[in-house]
Design a protein around this ligand. Structure first.
Ligand SMILES: C[S@@+](CC[C@H](N)C(=O)[O-])C[C@H]1O[C@@H](n2cnc3c(N)ncnc32)[C@H](O)[C@@H]1O
Length: 298
């Protein structure tokens, strides 16, 4: 099978349907026909690496028992992993306020648990760690843990290395970059920045498909799940809201991405307390105050 043949293979409608069905079943990703050429170009390198002539052969593989490993590569190729440091910065204000609120409990031996669900290359978890450390410098000595998870094994590997080329660290201020990263230059690679242990020691990175059972036993005080459910249809989103409610501490907070909403949050036990900021309903009476700009649900 020549490289150029697989590079020119077209994604025929039947193969598109088979791949879209499989992606939906395995990961919740909804692929629309208009994205067919993007999907074709993302998957052509898989055909080339596997020596397959066309998408029909690729579909036979990923639909077979022997195709389990390749199904992970397929999902990895289909995910959109765009992220950057301190994205949607208003949520880091919420994080600081949450730390202030939890600090007495933390200093008395309690825990603070944060989850970056759909963490991509790790920028969200590292931004959270920098925010907390900058706000309360000794917080790393307290019982603080950040779990970062993603379905895509490639970004999980990347996040574990916590090493970012210059173009990816632009959202970090020069002061923070100096304080929390070391510069490294591996032979043949562009200059990069590696997160210092003070950050990485509080972060654990794992592979996790949000559509599979969640193995975490402890509840989280803060969950970031930003710019992830936008790739899911309403049915999948509606299946996830109860799981998030269940994974949150009673006075916890769930942060979604700027174009994501829980439609009718009360139906799922949530109240919207700020821009894409949700808390369990019962928490409002006791602890949570509406954040400044109350968001209207549309
Ligand atoms: C656009 S990135 C968002 C990264 C980060 N949360 C942010 O806002 O910058 C979306 C991430 O969701 C992950 N993802 C998509 N479907 C998923 C699923 N079913 N389970 C877990 N992660 C998923 C993708 O692999 C991708 O890394």
């Amino acid at each position: 099978m020549s490289t150029s043949a697989s590079q020119q293979a077209d994604l025929d409608p039947a193969s598109f349907r088979a791949i879209a069905d499989l992606a939906y079943r395995e990961s919740g990703l909804t692929l629309v026909q208009e994205k067919s050429s993007m999907i074709q170009s993302r998957l052509r390198h898989r055909l080339r690496d596997l020596g397959l002539a066309d998408f029909a052969a690729y579909c036979s593989l990923v639909q077979s028992d022997a195709g389990q490993g390749e199904r992970r590569n397929l999902i990895s190729a289909l995910t959109t992993n765009v992220s950057h440091f301190f994205r949607e910065s208003h949520h880091f204000d919420v994080l600081r306020a949450e730390l202030d609120r939890h600090l007495p409990k933390l200093r008395a031996g309690g825990q603070l648990r944060i989850w970056s669900a759909g963490c991509s290359n790790g920028q969200e978890a590292l931004s959270a760690a920098m925010t907390l450390l900058d706000h309360v410098p000794d917080v790393a000595r307290l019982d603080l843990r950040i779990l970062a998870t993603d379905i895509d094994p490639e970004v999980v590997q990347f996040a574990r290395k916590a090493t970012y080329p210059e173009r990816l660290v632009r959202g970090i201020s020069p002061d923070m970059l100096k304080k929390y990263f070391d510069q490294t230059t591996e032979a043949g690679h562009e200059p990069s920045y590696i997160a210092k242990p003070v950050l990485t020691d509080v972060i654990r990175v794992n592979e996790l498909n949000l559509l599979s059972p969640w193995p975490m036993r402890k509840r989280f005080d803060i969950i970031f799940c930003r710019n992830v459910v936008i790739y899911f249809d309403q049915r999948t989103q509606e299946k996830l809201w109860p799981s998030f409610l269940n994974a949150l501490a009673p006075d916890g907070v769930l942060l979604l991405g700027h174009s994501e909403r829980i439609a009718e949050p009360e139906r799922y036990g949530f109240t919207c307390t700020g821009p894409t900021t949700y808390r369990p309903c019962h928490a409002l009476k006791s602890t949570a105050r509406p954040e400044k700009q109350k968001q209207s649900e549309g």
